[in-house]
Design a binder for this molecule. Structure first.
Ligand code: AMP
Length: 519
């Protein structure tokens, strides 16, 4: 018999459990209420989308898309079609007459099943699929005639056959979302939100998935709370208000050691960021020999990313590089100055950090990052910025956009490290009952107390009072309500305060009054 395997949560994922989940709930409720006061509404997009959406929005070159996404084919087709497709796709070039005939037969079955898939609607009747099936049929019909002529002739036919098979679109390629901005923009376009009063202000919370190397503060399923402002203008007041909202949220939670870094990364026009990047590149070429391998590579691929380097020996060199703030075009410089003034107006403290950059072209102007205490090297709890070109990149109308994403796991970790974790959850009242009649009263008392919001534990089977009180203590209950047949017939109930062992007698209405006063 197979031994029972012990299942464990996948590496990089974890169960969030009580009492910690109470803190998660407090954080999320605070987000709902603070964001609502800024006029934001909640959006709940699906957790998977076409891979292409993330490839376009996050960037196919980024680590997130190229290495870290959980991607899968979403086939709504029969096992038989999928199986035959894989067999033909992975077939070796035939070497003998028999192998050639075998491949032709296999392909014949694939064609038959694919055609019936077209009939039943399991396979999309797209022009590409119809063409692919025709092609497969063409190459497969050539095989028997070539079977006697050896691999030199059958090889190329088999290769063309495989190409045609790859063109058959069996279904969509999907990915678990590594972030949610792409989904929010997709939704804005899909629901024609540009017709609503602008800007549209949305927030979301939920799990994101990235196959990163797990470590403290870094998970493969992690949670983000984020918001996006889409449409309308790019008035600096919008940037400042979005930042003010995050800071208000952190303040409400009592997050310790919050530091806000801001920067402007200009925009993608010849007189702005690209000109700066050229200057940066030239300066980097000068100091190339003193840089590590990663930074040296980035001089070519993405010079701005060199500024992210955490390598000790590169810091002094980076400090001498040209700064983007000194190379902004007049409009971007004015926008940045206005954002800073607007933050001051709102009493939001910030530090300018010229090394805070983003790697993608559509990111522009305001960029910010917030760090908190107690997180070691993974101390960023929030990243955000302006991305005016993104909606257009995804096929929508030209739309202004700015948003942020908070790492909820790290936010929680920081709150816990600084004594703002959840208080252990106890029951308010444990009902210690003995006897049939007492049980009926206990059930009713539990219902009444729960209706007015108390957390009540009612043991399902009778326990001796000593045992019941012991359990009440272990559960961290505040009170034990003692109901024996005597108490019930006298209509006088005993309430024991577990912290000091004192007992008081009450009638039923008095008890409710007392508990409401001293919950
Ligand atoms: P990003 O979407 O990469 O800009 O990240 C925004 C925030 O999400 C970061 O500041 C982190 O707080 C958090 N975050 C990103 N990746 C992870 C991860 N793998 N595990 C936990 N938190 C993460």
């Amino acid at each position: 018999m197979a031994s029972k395997s012990k299942f464990q949560a996948i590496r990089g994922t974890r169960d969030l459990l009580p009492p910690e989940t109470a803190l998660w709930n407090r954080v999320e409720e605070t987000a709902h209420s603070v964001f609502a006061t800024f006029g934001f509404g909640e959006i709940r997009p699906p957790v998977f989308e076409p891979t292409e959406l993330f490839a376009r929005a996050v960037g196919g070159e980024t680590d997130i898309v190229s290495k870290e996404m959980y991607t899968f084919k979403d086939y709504d087709i029969s096992q038989e079609l999928q199986g035959l497709w894989s067999l033909v796709f992975s077939a070796r070039n035939p070497n003998t007459y028999d192998e050639t005939i075998e491949l032709a037969k296999l392909t014949g079955r694939l064609i038959a099943v694919a055609r019936s898939g077209l009939e039943s609607g399991q396979l999309s009747r797209t022009p590409e699929n119809l063409r692919a099936i025709d092609q497969i049929e063409l190459y497969s019909s050539k095989l028997p005639g070539l079977a006697n002529q050896g691999p030199r002739e059958t090889g190329p036919a088999a290769a063309s056959l495989r190409d045609a098979v790859t063109d058959l679109d069996l279904g969509d390629e999907l990915s678990l979302r590594p972030e949610a901005t792409a989904s929010v923009c997709r939704s804005y376009i899909e629901h024609n939100m540009q017709q609503l009063p602008q800007p549209v202000k949305l927030y979301y919370m939920g799990p994101m998935f990235r196959r990163e190397r797990p470590q403290k503060g870094r998970y493969r399923q992690f949670y983000q709370i984020g918001a996006e402002v889409l449409g309308g203008s790019d008035a600096p007041g919008i940037d400042a208000e979005v930042i003010e909202m995050v800071m208000t949220f952190f303040d409400r939670l009592g997050l310790a050691g919050v530091e806000l870094d801001i920067n402007s990364i200009g925009h993608n026009a010849p007189d702005c960021r690209p000109a700066y990047v050229q200057k940066l590149k030239a300066a980097l070429e000068q100091v190339k020999d003193k840089l590590g391998a990663d930074s040296r590579r980035r001089i070519e691929t993405n010079p701005l990313r060199v500024l992210d380097s955490k390598l000790e020996h590169e810091q002094a060199i980076i400090a001498t590089l040209p700064r983007i703030v000194d190379h902004l075009c007049a409009d971007c410089a004015a926008h940045y100055a206005a954002v800073k003034r607007q933050l001051e107006l709102r009493g939001v403290f910030f530090k300018e950090n010229w090394r805070l950059v983003r790697g993608l072209d559509y990111y522009m102007r305001t960029t910010f990052e917030i760090t908190a205490k107690g997180l070691g090297s993974q101390n960023a709890v929030c990243g955000g910025g302006r991305y005016d070109g993104l909606v257009e990149l995804l096929g929508g109308p030209a739309t202004k956009g700015i948003g942020f994403a908070i790492g909820e796991d790290r936010l929680i970790l920081s709150l816990q490290e600084n004594g703002k974790g959840a208080a252990p959850q106890g029951r308010d009242v444990y009902i210690a009952w003995m006897g049939e009649r007492a049980y009926a009263t206990a059930v009713r008392a539990a219902k009444d107390l729960r209706n007015v919001g108390f957390s009540v534990e009612l043991p399902p089977t009778e326990l001796k009072f000593g045992k019941a009180l012991e359990r009440a203590d272990k559960l961290g209950s505040r009170y034990a309500l003692i109901l024996g047949d005597n108490e019930v017939s006298e209509g006088s109930w005993t309430l024991k305060t577990l912290a000091d062992g004192t007992q008081q007698k009450f009638t039923e209405p008095e008890l409710l009054e007392f508990l409401k006063r001293y919950p």
